[in-house]
Design a protein around this ligand. Structure first.
Ligand SMILES: O=C(CO)[C@@H](O)[C@H](O)COP(=O)(O)O
Length: 230
């Protein structure tokens, strides 16, 4: 894929965030990787979606060096590239401050699987990262945000749960490309809203039984969550 095609796909995905009302003003960003070229196209920092143009999309390498583009890449670039370096089966990453997912992130609580809608898209809780240490914040907040995400996915498959909430911050989602990472961001916001409303209706409601989660996982992935059998 040429840089032009990559930038076009990333531009369209960012505009989907805006059209789906998942972002306000300049919040959030979407990227996509071209693994053959070893580059990532990402939204420029501080640009309102209404003003965004395809040519504004910035191309960086996996060490965050700009290889094409006049604008500064998103302030979250290091988080995106960290995920691409550690999750080798993802092609697109989205970050938003969508209201309900961000509320769960600010509460520093994982989103429990309270219904089959959730079970269709994520296996078990949607994880919340651990609170970052002062040393991590001092070192490099954006890079350490990526570390917090990959740490909380130790032993978990990022394809089975393509979403996470960052304690005290907001959500990140991913997928096979930028468009699918945005799709997962839309789904996450709906799941977060349903979970919040469910808990508001009945605080003591329990998560789905494992058997139901397994059935939904089997239907979606064609294998048992635990046993990996087809
Ligand atoms: O999380 C944050 C700020 O808390 C950022 O994601 C902003 O929401 C967007 O930053 P840029 O991509 O414009 O640098």
């Amino acid at each position: 894929m040429s840089y032009t095609e990559l930038k076009r796909e990333v531009y369209e995905a960012n505009m989907q965030l805006h059209h789906r009302n998942l972002v306000v003003y300049t919040w959030g960003n979407v990227s996509q990787i071209d693994r053959d070229k070893g580059v990532v196209a990402i939204k420029p920092s501080g640009v309102a979606y209404e003003d965004l143009k395809v040519e504004d999309i910035v191309v960086v390498d996996l060490e965050n060096t700009v290889v094409e583009g006049k604008m500064r890449p998103s302030s979250d670039t290091k988080t995106h590239t960290h995920l691409y370096r550690h999750f080798d089966n993802i092609g697109g990453v989205t970050h938003t401050h969508s209201t309900y997912a961000t509320a769960w992130a600010q509460a520093q609580e994982p989103i429990p699987c309270l219904g089959t809608t959730h079970a269709d898209y994520a296996y078990g809780d949607i994880p919340c990262t651990a609170v970052m240490s002062d040393a991590q914040i001092e070192r490099d907040y954006e890079e350490e945000t990526g570390v917090q995400i990959t740490d909380c996915f130790t032993g978990k498959n990022p394809v089975e749960t393509p979403m996470v909430i960052i304690a005290g911050h907001a959500p990140f989602t991913w997928g096979k490309d930028a468009a699918q990472s945005v799709y997962h961001a839309v789904i996450l916001e709906e799941i977060a809203k349903m979970a919040y409303l469910t808990r508001t209706l009945k605080q003591s409601v329990q998560p789905l039984k494992q058997g139901i989660m397994d059935k939904h996982y089997l239907r979606k992935h064609g294998k048992n969550a635990y046993y990996g059998q087809n």
